[in-house]
Design a protein around this ligand. Structure first.
Ligand code: ATP
Ligand code: MG
Length: 367
């Protein structure tokens, strides 16, 4: 997938932007607060109709203006597509592919997919399990519709069961429905665990070599799936996982009622990330954290390619800071497949760049 040409009107601090991108590496440079992240955000919006840092579309529209417009000429699946998005302050956004109105944002995926790495992604290594679960879920949902459906159902059941547990203090009869919810959660949960285990198996094959390459072979990344403790082989078929999940639930039934929370199930899953055998969450340095997070994101992109034959566009926001020269060189020159966008403030880093195009951004305009 390649974004060949791009236009933006009244998007964030861009009043009007038109540019032709390189099919390989595009480096976006400029001082702080000139619009580098905004440009990546605009490209990402055309792939998902959402932003990693805006809750509402109206935040993306330029101050004092009522609507914004994005247009990308994209080459994907051996064809050219024109993707457009109209954003409005008052009403819902409109999306178009080759002039035809799209009903849902999901229809964009498959035409343009992006993998974004942003400074917040360092949480992937440093924060609690929820961030890593979200990463897993996002990756697998893009590839497996059955997983997306099971996840949505699991979340619904989890909310409902939590409500039963919470309200049962006042209304004990609610507990009559508890076992039924537990069973359905275990059935959905078994599907989630099966898919997660298979995805992590692939991550374990793909991420460590990327990490070794970036770190010059000096560090070893390892990943391990952590799920419900009674599960002996998470890669097993869901029907084999089900009795093991039920066994765990049964053992925690009284405790769940006592603390009024769901204690059993894959909503507590995690990926243990280790560098040279030490938990990265506790011991990784800033550069190591960045390298590990980057390796996970790039591995997800590789897996997407293996499954679909298309490289998602890679958007790297502020990835170069805190990396030593070797790791910067890796980011700039060793990502040779697919299209990549990299933002950076320091112009002197560009001396390392061996191919691609440089864009200088100043106050929302290309100079
Ligand atoms: P840094 O190097 O600090 O990360 P950046 O170049 O990535 O900087 P951006 O995050 O792209 O900077 O933001 C550029 C400017 O856009 C900021 O000054 C911000 O206030 C402004 N901006 C954000 N949203 C809007 C909006 N809706 N309308 C107009 N300007 C906006
Ligand atoms: Mg920025």
């Amino acid at each position: 997938m390649i974004v060949k040409r791009f236009e933006a009107d009244f998007f964030r601090n861009y009043t009007h932007l038109e540019c032709d991108f390189h099919p390989g590496v595009n480096v976006i440079t400029g001082d702080n607060a000139q619009g580098k992240t905004n440009l990546l955000e605009a490209v990402a919006y055309l792939s998902s109709a959402s932003s990693h840092r805006a809750r509402y579309d109206r935040e993306l529209i330029q101050f004092g203006v009522d609507s914004a417009f994005l247009k990308g000429e994209v080459f994907s699946r051996q064809r050219d597509y024109t993707l457009e998005a109209n954003l409005f302050r008052g009403t819902r956004r409109q999306l178009f592919s080759n002039g035809v109105r799209l009903k849902t944002a999901e229809e964009l995926s498959g035409l343009l997919n992006t993998v974004l790495f942003c400074p917040e992604d360092l949480y992937l290594i440093k924060e609690g399990a929820a961030v890593r679960r979200r990463f897993l879920d996002d990756c697998i949902c893009q590839l497996r519709p059955r997983y997306a459906a099971a996840l949505a159902e699991y979340k619904r059941l989890h909310e409902h069961k939590t409500r039963i547990l919470k309200d049962s203090e006042e209304k004990p009869s609610l507990l009559d429905a508890l076992d039924d919810f537990s069973l359905r959660m275990a059935q959905c949960g078994a599907i989630l665990i099966h898919y997660r285990a298979h995805f992590i198996k692939r991550l374990r094959e793909v991420a460590p070599p990327i990490h070794a390459d970036c770190s010059g072979g000096r560090e070893k990344l390892s990943l391990r799936y952590e799920t419900v403790s009674t599960v002996t082989d998470p890669e097993a078929q869901p029907k084999e996982l089900l009795p093991q999940l039920l066994e765990h639930q049964e053992a925690h039934r009284a405790a769940e009622i006592a603390v009024r929370q769901c204690l059993s199930g894959p909503h507590k899953d995690d990926i243990a990330v280790e560098i040279d055998g030490n938990p990265a969450k506790l011991f990784a340095s800033q550069g190591q954290t960045r390298t590990a997070a980057l390796a996970l994101k790039m591995a997800a992109r590789d897996i997407f390619y293996q499954d679909t034959g298309e490289w998602p566009v890679l958007l790297l926001d502020d990835v170069l800071s805190e990396l030593d020269a070797r790791r910067q060189e890796f980011v700039l020159n060793r990502i040779t497949s697919g299209q990549v966008f990299i933002t950076c403030c320091e112009e002197e880093k560009l001396a390392l760049l061996r191919r691609g195009r440089v864009f200088h951004i100043k106050n929302g305009t290309l100079v």
